[in-house]
Structure formats: C-alpha cells, structure tokens
Design a protein around this ligand. Structure first.
Ligand code: PEP
Length: 250
C-alpha cells in the first residue's frame, strides 16, 4: 500500500531452544547486510527465547515479539504471560488471536480485543489475526467471517503505529496451500474497507499482513498483491535462509 512500510514477521510457534540461536544470528546478519532498506522485520518467539534473541538483534533492524499475552498485567494466572512481561524481556510486538490460540484455547473475538488493549497498555504493537476456516471458505462466508472477527477483535482506539492486522486463512496455515492472488486481493480489500469503517482514515495506514504457507518461492506473487503490507510467516521463518528469501521479495 502506498505510504506503508512493509513488515515481514516470523512466528516460531512452539519451536526453538538454545540450539536455534544460530538461525537467529543468521537472520540478524541477513538484515544487517542491506535487507532492512525496504522492510521492517520481526521475529515472534517462544517467551523462553525473547531475552536471548533481543540481545542478538540489538543494534539490528529486527524486532522481537511474543505470540500471545494475557489481558491482565499481573496476577494469579498460572502459565500465562502479560504484555508488560514480554516488553520487559525485550519484545516490542505480540501476536493476538492466532488461529491456533482460537482453536487450542477457545479464544473468542472478545478475548482477542482484550489482549490487543493489553498489548498497548504494556507498550507493545498488537498483531491481530483473522481468517476463515476451510468450511467457511467453501460456504462463501469469508467476507462475513472477516467482518465479524475484525469487528469483534479490533479495539476502536487502534492506530497504525501500534496495530497490525494479519489475514491468515486457517486452511492455508502449515498446509502448503495458499489462496490465489485474486482471493488474497479480495480478502485484503475487504479488511481495508472494514478498517476504514471501524476506525476511519487511520484504517488506510494500518498494515495488513498475509499469512499462510508463505515461502521464498511464492513470496513475490503473494506480497505483490494490492493491500498486502507484509507477511506473517510460520514454518519458513525457522530457517534463516527461507525467512531472508521471503524478505527479499521486496
Ligand atoms: C502462521 O501460523 O502464522 C503461519 C502463517 O504459518 P505457516 O507459514 O507455517 O503456514
């Protein structure tokens, strides 16, 4: 989108230990040697790696993010993590409402709304994920699903500097399947229109990422689509060479 700097974001999901730090160094080195001119870069990591990655990426253009946060700042919530804690560890972004959270943990749009506000309160940019399932796609319900999800998940105080939307068709995540460029264009145009309806002109500045089986070989096509302002990359972000290959699409 004209005037929007693209964001290439990785999502390591529940992957990564000390042994993966080499890939993080590789990503850092790639972005240090010129790639940063065209894109912003981000790696969303398991909480256990955030501090180590933030130190490796320090002085580089790559930011670190978490993959979920609790709606509250602290308290009796065993196993959960607050946005404030992610920020303290060195994160500047957090994914909220990823389809795996919606499926595995029953998160609803109203939960995602609370987590996005929590992200801002903790000083983080929220990456709010939306996307239809295969059954919804087959029922031609994609626009309705996106309208419902963004309407329920996006706090109306959203501004472009602290809010990113990720369109992730559930059936395309981790499957190797991708929508056609025409389908992506239609979904992103729909989300753009919804953003403007919900938050006004500011909605034209919010980044809308595409996510779902992005890899170096399809990045040029998918990231070249109108209203696609970057990528959220799962599997292919685990290897520095693949992640850098995607960023090179810009
Ligand atoms: C994701 O889960 O955010 C994702 C896009 O995964 P993958 O790239 O592996 O499909």
């Amino acid at each position: 989108t004209p005037g929007i700097r693209p964001l290439v974001a990785g999502n390591w999901k529940m992957n990564g230990t000390e042994a993966s730090l080499g890939e993080i160094h590789g990503i850092r080195n790639g972005f240090m040697s010129g790639l940063d001119a065209e894109v912003d870069a981000l790696l969303c990591l398991p909480a256990t790696l955030i501090t180590r990655a933030a130190s490796i990426f320090s002085g580089s253009p790559v930011a670190v993010g978490g993959q979920d946060c609790h709606a509250k700042a602290s308290g009796a919530h065993t196993g959960d993590i607050a946005a404030e804690m992610l920020h303290d560890a060195g994160a500047r972004y957090v994914i909220v409402g990823h389809s795996e959270r919606r499926t595995d943990h029953g998160e609803k749009d109203s939960d995602v709304h609370g987590k996005a506000e929590a992200a801002w309160r903790g000083g983080l940019t929220a990456i709010i994920c939306v996307g239809e399932t295969d059954a919804e796609r087959r029922a031609n319900a994609t626009p309705d699903v996106l309208t419902r999800q963004i309407g329920g998940s996006l706090p109306r105080a959203a501004v472009a500097s602290t809010t990113v939307i990720a369109y992730e068709p559930v059936w395309a995540i981790g499957t190797g399947l991708t929508p056609t460029a025409e389908d992506v264009k239609r979904a992103h145009a729909h989300l753009r229109a919804e953003l403007v309806r919900l938050i006004g002109e500011e909605g034209n500045k919010v980044r809308i990422l595409y996510g779902g089986s992005v890899k170096p070989s399809n990045a040029v096509e998918l990231l070249g689509v109108e209203n696609v302002d970057g990528a959220l990359v799962g599997g292919a972000s685990l290897k520095a060479s693949d992640f850098l290959g995607i960023a090179e699409a810009y």
